[in-house]
Design a protein around this ligand. Sequence first.
Ligand SMILES: NC(=O)c1ccc[n+]([C@@H]2O[C@H](COP(=O)([O-])OP(=O)(O)OC[C@H]3O[C@@H](n4cnc5c(N)ncnc54)[C@H](O)[C@@H]3O)[C@@H](O)[C@H]2O)c1
Length: 309
Amino acid sequence: MPRSKVTVIGAGNVGATTAQRIAEAGLADVVLIDIVEGLPQGKGLDLAEAAPVVGHDARVVGTNDYADTAGSDIIVVTSGLARQPGMSRDDLLTKNAGIVRSVVEQAAAVSRDAIIVVVTNPLDAMCHVALEASGFPRERVIGMAGVLDSARFRTFIAQELAVSVEDTHAFVLGGHGDTMVPLSRYSTVAGVPITELLDAERVRALEERTANGGAEIVNFLKTGSAYYAPAASVVEMVEAILKDKKKILPCAAYLDGQYGTKGLYVGVPVKLGRAGVEQVIEITLTREEQAAFDKSAAAVRELVDKLKL
Ligand SMILES: NC(=O)c1ccc[n+]([C@@H]2O[C@H](COP(=O)([O-])OP(=O)(O)OC[C@H]3O[C@@H](n4cnc5c(N)ncnc54)[C@H](O)[C@@H]3O)[C@@H](O)[C@H]2O)c1
């Protein structure tokens, strides 16, 4: 069986860390591509030279030429500008839309059967750009945000209750932004909802910290945004697709009426397998949760409308 091939566009913090994780997990050969000459070649070679020590056989190459990405199974899009302190994800809208459009057009042209995983912010809006630029069916264009947001929520739940992160499960819905909707009654420790383990005020504090999780790190770093947990989250999606795991993960998916939303990318639980988004999982929301979801979807819609797609 030929080895899988994953192209990672953008050899910056998220892209290079994603490439490292994919290679070290032995999931696929990796092509790292960037607009800056030498950057992907240098990082690609450095990663390849780690292979004998780490003990994996994945080939990692860096390039500036999309011809080298041909025949990819997955294209991960991380190219673009990251947030600076005081900058919202939405400030990135126009600049990153231009970048995402250009890289997706070039990559999709030589990998017509690939699945695209979008990471560049503002995430949900960039999924629309990638969908249009690729011409791919909607189930093969997916955004990464919910896996990261729920990982953050799980981290805070585990810290709060002094339990293993492995015993936690967290549920987040909505756009990747300040309006995201952490669903506490579906967020559990060993199957028990956190709403039964913590008082309402603590639950609200954890939800708020989750919604501001990206900004918390930007404020520390000052010159960039998070990348270890984002890269790990991308790789969970890549693994679910390549191994056809049918894993239920929160991802940005194109909604066609589900959750009362039509024609929009929003974060929802999906079944992820070799075909991409194989099912959007619908759960019943309370009136309050539905209102929060609608508000979040409206914020995404506003950005997409600005792009005039
Ligand atoms: N979805 C999420 O949850 C999530 C999490 C973290 C970061 N992000 C987003 O991911 C993106 C990347 O973050 P980062 O920390 O890796 O940034 P970074 O600045 O470290 O890397 C971005 C890379 O993109 C490259 N690039 C720019 N224009 C390009 C083009 N036209 N073609 C190819 N490469 C190009 C740059 O040269 C740079 O190497 C940002 O938009 C950030 O906001 C999203």
